[in-house]
Write a protein that binds this ligand. Structure first.
Ligand code: CP3
Length: 354
């Protein structure tokens, strides 16, 4: 294996010493980059892009070369897992994802298989091997999945949703059906993440984008419990190195202690919590990732730098911080602003590390 030249990200995930704070952006491979749009156009659609390892590799590396992030994230989507379970998935131009035949009944859930990731998701594994080869140790590669709850929202609603009435009806009226679906998703995702790790990802992030729509009790029962079930199954070491696990629940800042108790290495923060308070609450247990408001990237580079300095100062001295946005970068952000953000973190953070 090639030596990792920049392992700041992995060290920060494990709360080890770093010379400066590492930084990457959720959804960093995406439409704000003209080069991404060109590759996607050539691929003839988003799913083709995901399923062609050479092209997925190309767009994964773009933000490393074009904006200077300290980690790459494999290019794919969380929804390839339900597709691998046999659900038809479409991404229409300008629309979000759609499952034309959503999961409705107990029988629908029972019929869902647990996919073999090396087989049905073999194209993801091929992309991972290629990205590692092309990165040649420049930065670590992050793998990812959606949380069972977040995946279930798309599978049951048939796409994105405003008020989640369909899945909440299932959750309240047919809890056994809901739990069976979440169990199957947790086991599918655990096998998928273990395959990602075996093929070369060096950290994994669980995106629980919709955990925050739940009540505190329902979050525990329908989302957190199943992320725990995944984490308990993960093989967290590969090539003699620990593979850090990151849990990110958008809208879950009231539950940081419970998230930290899953045994993850790092907790992802959205922008609604002050990072100094998050650090006081769970900083003795886990590293923290975040948490600039992604819309700050619409501001001018000076304003962005002021915000970066504020977040760094709030975290203060010490280890265990990976700088990121509090959610994904949006498609209409100017590339120069994304670059200015990354640059500001690199320049302003060394004073907090001796
Ligand atoms: O750069 C990276 O972070 C890696 C790639 C990545 C994508 N999706 C590519 C993508 C990752 C990590 C995801 C995760 C994802 N996908 C999440 C969780 C993270 C989050 O943002 O909350 C969710 C909820 C999805 C589901 C999904 N995929 C939606 C709702 C959409 C449509 C909205 C949108 O942003 O367009 C997608 C499509 C998608 N996934 C795109 C990309 C680059 C845009 C597709 C295109 O190129 O047109």
């Amino acid at each position: 294996m090639t030596e990792l030249k920049n392992d700041l990200f992995l060290r920060a995930c494990l709360r080890q010493d770093v010379e400066r704070t590492p930084v990457w952006m959720m959804r960093q491979a995406g439409r704000y980059l003209p080069q991404y749009r060109a590759t996607r156009q050539g691929a003839g659609g988003f799913l083709n892009l995901c399923k062609t390892p050479e092209l997925a590799c190309e767009v994964s590396i773009q933000p490393v070369e074009l904006v200077g992030v300290d980690a790459a994230i494999m290019f794919s989507d969380i929804l390839v897992v339900p597709e691998a379970m046999g659900m038809e998935l479409t991404f229409g131009a300008g629309e979000g994802p759609k499952f034309p035949t959503p999961v409705c009944t107990h029988a629908d859930v029972e019929a869902l298989p647990i996919p073999d990731p090396e087989d049905e998701l073999g194209y993801v594994m091929a992309a991972i091997r290629l990205i590692r080869q092309e990165l040649a140790g420049r930065v670590p590669l992050i793998g990812f999945t959606g949380s069972p709850w977040t995946l279930a929202t798309y599978m049951v609603e048939g796409g994105g949703s405003k008020n989640y009435s369909i899945i909440k009806s299932m959750m309240y009226n047919e809890p056994a059906t809901m739990h069976l679906l979440l169990e199957k998703l947790a086991d599918s995702v655990a096998a998928y993440l273990n395959a990602q790790i075996a093929n070369g990802v060096q950290a994994v992030q669980i995106f629980d984008t919709w955990g925050g729509i739940l009540t505190t009790r329902d979050y525990q029962e329908f989302s957190l419990q199943y992320m725990q079930r995944i984490i308990d199954q993960l093989i967290r070491e590969h090539d003699g190195r620990r593979v850090p696990v990151i849990v990110y629940t958008k809208g879950g800042m009231g539950w940081l202690e419970a998230i930290a108790d899953t045994g993850c290495d790092m907790v992802g923060l959205d922008w609604t919590v002050d990072i100094d308070q998050a650090k006081a609450r769970i900083g003795d247990k886990v590293a923290l990732q975040g948490n600039m408001d992604p819309t700050m990237l619409y501001a001018n580079p000076d304003r962005i730098r002021t915000e970066v300095k504020d977040i760094l100062a709030r975290f203060g001295h010490g280890n265990g911080h990976v700088f990121n946005l509090g959610h994904g970068i949006t498609p209409d952000v100017p590339v120069d602003h994304a670059k200015a953000f990354i640059q500001a973190v690199k320049e302003e953070s060394s004073r907090y590390h001796s």
